[in-house]
Unconditional design. Structure first.
Length: 134
């Protein structure tokens, strides 16, 4: 079954010091079952890679190679969130609009949400969504 993926999970795949067996399992699952994300995922991932380069955590070549690998995964990019729903969800759970977009994608698709963000996990659970990693 596909799941909604946020940038915190993809960052763990890119940065060796942030990956673990759980995020590695999610990578395998995304490759096998597919994942869904709002359009902002690719901007967040690219920004994370640039910040990691500037902090000398990875090289530009490693960033480029990672992007080639991750773009081969079956990550479906969903529609942008409705502005009013987005604001309402962000206010309700004290989230950023970015995180509210992931939450709304999971709610609209009736899919579990994969994130390492504690506030987003709490919001997803409050909305009765399954959260990965479990």
């Amino acid at each position: 079954m596909p799941f909604v993926i946020d940038a915190s999970i993809v960052a763990a795949w890119a940065l060796q010091d942030e990956s673990d067996s759980v995020t590695d399992q999610l990578l395998v699952r995304a490759a096998e079952e597919g994942a869904v994300s709002p359009p902002l995922l690719w901007y967040e991932v690219r920004n994370m890679l640039l910040m990691a380069e500037r902090r000398k955590r990875i090289t530009p070549r490693e960033s480029d190679e990672f992007l080639v690998r991750v773009e081969k995964l079956s990550i479906e990019i969903g529609e942008p969130a409705d502005s009013r729903q987005l604001m309402r969800m962000a206010r309700k759970h004290l989230l950023t609009c970015y995180d509210a977009a992931y939450l709304l994608t999971a709610l609209h698709r009736h899919l579990p949400l994969a994130t390492l963000d504690r506030k987003l996990v709490a919001a997803a659970k409050a909305e009765r969504l399954d959260v990965l990693p479990i």
